[in-house]
Design a binder for this molecule. Structure first.
Ligand SMILES: Cc1ncc(COP(=O)(O)O)c(C=O)c1O
Length: 435
């Protein structure tokens, strides 16, 4: 039996009516990848206000690894809501905060003493990691990479790429942010070239002794699921350790078993000084974290860190259940199995469909890059738009990524069944072939 069930055209009349009201009161800068409005969501499905059922390969942009509206998470939230909603961790503390911090400190790689700071969003986690790194080192420069995405606040926007979408008109940007090439074998930026550029910039332009942190995504999220080569990361780790620069790994999108392990860092045997987490941590509620070396985390003065809602009790209650579910061996196995199934299909499309220039990723953080010509590798941005549209018109919600907007990425909840996976992949394949 199929999960997708379309009862009206997409968008249906009720979604269209809400879209018109939305256009009157919501700024156009807030774009939605689909024109539908949700009524309910379960596991890996979304039912819209016209009773159409969609398969969800976007997972709220990777926030729903345990599945949408996961029943045990919902129970924990209800239970917490009846006890207390908010005191502010900066006023009256609660055990849930400490328990989430204990879990993250236990799970994060590194044979050293660690601490965890809880916040609301991924951007806030990155902001705080930079604040902490600057305080701990007494240095100001931050090194980031091409195609990076770290958030939409002033500092994290300054640290992000994709100017036309995320930055145009929003300057001036935060100073002391330096962008270096990220390896992209498909587009002829080798690991060796990126390492050379890193050395040259660090010693000839920025100054190693002025650099507080290197902030890197091991698998770039919005950048298009480019996977950092191990030798590139090993070199950065080496240089950072030698020069007293802190290595901050942004695992906001790659964390929580998306790549088949708790963190992508584990595939690299990497021990970041600070790691930033968010998205799937609280199964769909806002919660993020900076986890790292206690001596670094403790450098900030009392009162220097926090936020009114940061680490709120309801999100902590959801996170504790989500972490418990995700830590189970069967969850890891499911994440790995989903990754293998998706990758096998993506690789087959690469063999069979000329427009699929490249299939890549790590575990279930998988993507295909669409090109209009395999020789020139011209990004097929319009085609990617058509694929998204064709997909939702046929019951599949999926997302694009990449500086040129030509990459289709997979971020489905791991609650997806094999039947749903097959159904959704068939729609996506047909969309790519049809578009
Ligand atoms: C790698 C990465 N870092 C940071 C962020 C920002 O997170 P948020 O949107 O929760 O602020 C994102 C969001 O997509 C992300 O993918």
């Amino acid at each position: 039996m199929s999960s997708i069930a379309l009862r009206t055209e997409v968008p249906g009349p009720r979604s269209r009516e809400l879209a018109a009201r939305r256009a009157a009161v919501v700024p156009r800068g807030l774009v939605s990848a689909t024109p539908i409005f949700v009524q309910a969501a379960r596991g890996a499905t979304i039912t819209d206000v016209d009773d159409n059922v969609f398969l969800d390969f976007a997972g709220g942009i990777g926030t729903l690894n345990v599945g949408s509206t996961q029943p045990e998470v919902v129970d924990a939230i209800k239970n917490q809501v009846e006890r207390f909603l908010h005191t502010a961790a900066t006023v009256v503390m609660y055990e849930g905060y400490v328990r989430v911090a204990e879990a993250l400190v236990r799970l994060a790689p590194g044979q050293f003493q660690k601490s965890a700071l809880l916040l609301n969003s991924g951007a806030e986690a990155i902001e705080n990691a930079v604040k902490i790194a600057r305080h701990a080192t007494g240095r100001s420069a931050i090194i980031v990479f091409s195609h990076a995405f770290h958030g939409r606040t002033l500092l994290t926007m300054s640290m992000s790429a994709k100017y036309s979408t995320y930055k145009a008109g929003f300057g001036p940007f935060a100073p002391e942010v330096y962008r270096l090439p990220f390896p992209d074998e498909y587009r002829d930026v080798s690991s060796r070239q990126a390492i050379e550029a890193f050395h040259e910039a660090l010693y000839e332009e920025v100054g190693a002794d002025k650099t507080a942190a290197v902030v890197v995504e091991l698998v770039q999220g919005e950048g298009g699921f480019l996977v950092a080569p191990p030798d590139f990361i090993a070199e950065i780790r080496e240089v950072c350790s030698r020069e007293g620069i802190l290595l901050v790994v942004d695992e906001v999108q790659s964390g929580f078993w998306r790549t088949g392990r708790f963190l992508a860092s584990e595939h690299y045997g990497l021990e970041p000084d600070l790691v930033c987490l968010g998205k799937s941590l609280a199964a769909g509620l806002p919660l993020s974290a900076v986890v790292g070396r206690s001596e670094v985390m403790d450098s900030a003065q009392p009162g220097g860190l926090g936020g009114t809602f940061a680490g709120n009790p309801v999100s902590c209650a959801a996170a504790l259940v989500a972490l418990d579910l995700m830590e189970r061996p069967e969850f890891t196995l499911r994440a790995q199995a989903v990754g293998e199934i998706v990758r096998r299909e993506f690789d087959r499309w690469h063999q069979e469909i000329a427009d699929v220039g490249c299939a890549r990723g790590l575990g279930a953080m998988a993507a295909v890059e669409l090109v209009s010509d395999r020789g020139t590798k011209e990004p097929a941005t319009n085609k990617a738009d058509r694929v998204l549209r064709w997909s939702y018109e046929h019951g599949l919600i999926t997302l694009k990524a990449g500086t040129y907007g030509n990459i289709i990425r997979f971020l489905a909840p791991f609650a997806v069944t094999n039947a749903e996976l097959g159904e959704g992949l068939a729609v996506l394949e047909a969309a790519i072939r049809d578009a």
